[in-house]
Ligand binder design. Sequence first.
Ligand SMILES: Cc1ncc(COP(=O)(O)O)c(C=O)c1O
Length: 379
Amino acid sequence: MNLTRERTDSYWQYEAAVDLELPVAKPQLPLADEILPYLRRIDQSRWYSNGGPLVQEFEARLAAQTGEGAVATVANATIGLTLALLTHDLAPGSLCMVPAWTFAATGHAIEHAGLVPWIVDVDPESWALEPDAARELLREAPGPISAVMPVSPFGHPIDFAAWSSFRDETGVAVVIDAAAMFDTIQAGSVPAVVSLHATKVLGVGEGGFVVTDDAGFIQELQKRANFGFWGSREATAPSLNGKMSEYTAAVGLAALDTWETTRADFARVAVSYREALAGQGKVILQEGFGGRWVSSTVMVAAADAGAEAVGRELAAHRIGTRRWWGGGLHRHGAFAKFPRGRTQQTEDLANSVLGLPCWRDLPNDKIRQICEFVIAAAG
Ligand SMILES: Cc1ncc(COP(=O)(O)O)c(C=O)c1O
């Protein structure tokens, strides 16, 4: 019996094992030769974690990239979201408003920070929880509310200034789940958390970072990411181990070295999809995708035909698709016990939105072929 094989199979069993010609994702991170100079520096320094020189350099370069904000790298974005909430020292058991249209990690982070996810609906146009809607919803809160966690849908930019105003006016803490937003992320006064998972535009394997223009917040978060230690070995606050290792920072630095090429590759794919889907109204791309922002996922809404029918048709042609956020947060068993408001818009998105193949070297002719099948299935 091959135990490794069995374990791997069951881990990924949520998708049918089809022999795909075009998988939905095919990540390509920095090559070994590109990472090697950084690895040699680790051999020299013999510093492997705990804010070593490569992590410091990676954070400085990320800070420059995001408009001179302050940056803390973290083990992954789920941990980063948890830490950003913990750093606010919110009342245990209070509510954190969260859109239903998100990935499971958002809900897990809220729960692990000792808060109760209050699941609400999103805007049908932007696919996000908008600040004005959140303001209205505050009146319906089913208990004391201390935080909101807006989510960038698949990398679509979020209005940071509007969320800052929301926080200042309401006194409710805001942490932005900007997991897929690396391309346009800029430091603002509300903290945002970006994922550097292998499936993201800037991938390191497992990793992430928290960014804000509030350097004090970042320092407090770094303490919370290191057992609550700061300048001594006394744990001074509820904390965890959320640090990034030097090895991960090495991959991150190599990824930043080639970011322009990586971005150009994703932009080419996005523009190619835009062109192949132009001139019809059945299959809609996200607003601004391939124009003012790029991402590692190509998400389309096929409201008439539905995501399932389009996915089935593409599978018949050995083309992979993924409903990256499944049925929404409220549909996961793990979150069944948590309070929720209306979720109709999320239901509609869950039924119509589908991720198409998206990888850096996906050829334009394959994109055109994929789109022909998609349009035919949606028609
Ligand atoms: C919206 C959202 N939040 C959080 C995460 C978690 O990121 P990570 O895998 O780095 O923990 C993801 C992952 O894709 C995500 O899509």
